[in-house]
Ligand binder design. Sequence first.
Ligand code: NAP
Length: 459
Amino acid sequence: MSLRTWLIEISYLVASVLFILGLRGMSRPESARRGMHMAEIGMLLAIVGTLVQREIISYEWIIGGLLLGSTIGLAMGLWVPMTAMPQRTALSHAFGAFAASLVGISAYYLYGAKLGGFKTGALGFEVLLGSLTTTGSLLAFAKLQGLVRGTPIVYKGQNVFNLALLAVTVFCFLAVLFYPGVQPFFYLMLVLAFAFGILLVLPIGAADMPVVIALLNSYAGLASAATGMVIGNNVLVIAGTLDGGSGFILSIVMCRAMNRSIRNVLFGAFGGVTDTSAAGTDGQMREVTFDDVAVQLAYARQAVFVPGYGMATAQAQHALRELGETLENRGVTVKYAIHPVAGRMPGHMNVLLAEANVPYSQLYELEHINPEFPSTDVAVVVGANDVVNPDARDNPKSIIAGMPILEVDRAKSVVVVKRGQGKGFSGLVNPLFFKPNCGMLYGDAKDSLSQLLQAVREA
Ligand code: NAP
């Protein structure tokens, strides 16, 4: 083995170890940043290792691609707001999957049947998954960005039609495997896979899009692993497999947090309900003033903040941390309750609160904070709705029945900071807002928290 080959293999090995350590680091908020840096260094090593291989035909194209890709990546990193992260992720998956698909198409175009059975199978798999992930992710992006209607687009016999289309696509894949020289099978599979990606995502509502994106992420990872097999690149096989596995686990974790099955997410057309009524929502909501809430908070023994999507849109995390600190200085015990699917992407609240320097020790997961609500004096819900909807616990007929919730309604007093009568992502009316121990503090989360902070200082 020449020194160059040896160095390349070592760089791949170190990169793979860094990917695994990076993923492990990202599983806890304290080590997430370190994990991210490890994965970045791993990726740099993998790229450098690949670039010094002798097989590179032309560096001009690679430099062009590097400049173009880095410019797009930098612009997206700088200008895409945190609230648009899910659609940004969908777009990245579309690019990654399209790249895998293009590698497969070019390999088939250049070598076709000469690749042999195993590589042709891997190539077919790569093109199949890569192509459906490309169009599926683009449609997911369009739905989340509001370019296409976010509610499920359904028609009679949709699931049967989709399954039939999938069956024909898989048939073409098997035909490519056994008769790699018959080109029409390959190109028909390609067209059908592109179409299937769109048809798969059409009936899924925007509410379920983060789960779908995690699932498509896992397909893109598997497509990359197959690419690695076709072009004989070990680090791509390892990185793709890690991506595929972690994306799949993430989608399962998200489904569990919503008490839904993957099957229900993919075929349930959730989010298209028109009946959003719920028991206990006939009365009046009670509005409270900043001074009322400030007095409650200033003299509380324990206050629990429950952030949700509204805190993210209002970018109110810094104001929330300041309010928390001020209360702590007055002797109030302050805790933050984190629901696994609060916001619009996994870990959304953890990321925002970490950005605002809220100490990790004050963040509590659902199962740890729920037993504390009965002894909590004030629970302050900041722009959250579905994740505190007691119907999920109390009403078996609700479309979110069984979804674990933060049981703020069991606190002695609840204050909900939101702009008006807007519904949550599920479109349901929340009976919490009508309960006698609940007060509504209307206004944008950031403005309201700043005013509340002022009122607490004066209390
Ligand atoms: P939510 O149910 O979507 O409710 C957000 C609330 O924030 C709205 O009722 C809205 O009411 C309020 N709001 C919006 N902008 C605001 C602002 N500037 N200031 C103050 N309030 C504002 O949010 P959530 O409780 O966080 O629940 C997340 C939902 O997303 C769940 O249904 C979950 O299943 C779904 N989901 C999440 C993920 C994930 O990974 N996180 C994945 C899939 C699905 P107003 O309009 O009246 O202000």
